[in-house]
Design a protein around this ligand. Structure first.
Ligand SMILES: [Zn+2]
Length: 127
């Protein structure tokens, strides 16, 4: 179980699955995210956190993504903020990073799922 009091820059509702209302974030992931947030010293807007496997985005994939493990978030950002997240994330243990930095709804995905979880790591991609 997550003790949300440990993550003083974040609230559980920011990470709740928009489809089921559940929230099963991984503690180790949240520790890394709070460390990243503290280092950056800027607000991070979580556009997607935990997703249940039945969430529409996950349900259409052949294999559920790392959001279903509570080991990923999408952070709405662009420009200088996106640059700073990109620069810092690998230093704090985020080994799976995806970028959408074109058009509307720009974000960076950062994740910590491992080969043991069935995910390629480290890796980087664009949307
Ligand atoms: Zn994502």
């Amino acid at each position: 179980m997550i003790n949300w009091d440990e993550y003083y820059n974040f609230s559980e509702y920011e990470f709740t699955c928009s489809h089921t209302g559940e929230c099963f974030m991984n503690k180790n992931f949240m520790d890394k995210l709070q460390t990243l947030r503290t280092s950056l010293g800027i607000a991070l807007f979580i556009s997607s956190g935990y997703r249940h496997p039945t969430h529409p985005i996950e349900a259409k994939k052949s294999k559920s993504g790392e959001h279903t493990l509570g080991k990923a978030v999408d952070i709405a950002c662009r420009g200088e903020t996106a640059y700073n997240i990109m620069k810092a994330a690998p230093l704090f243990g985020f080994t799976r990073i995806g970028f959408k930095q074109k058009g509307h709804g720009r974000f960076i995905h950062i994740g910590t799922a491992t080969e043991e979880d069935g995910f390629i790591s480290p890796t980087i991609w664009s949307y």
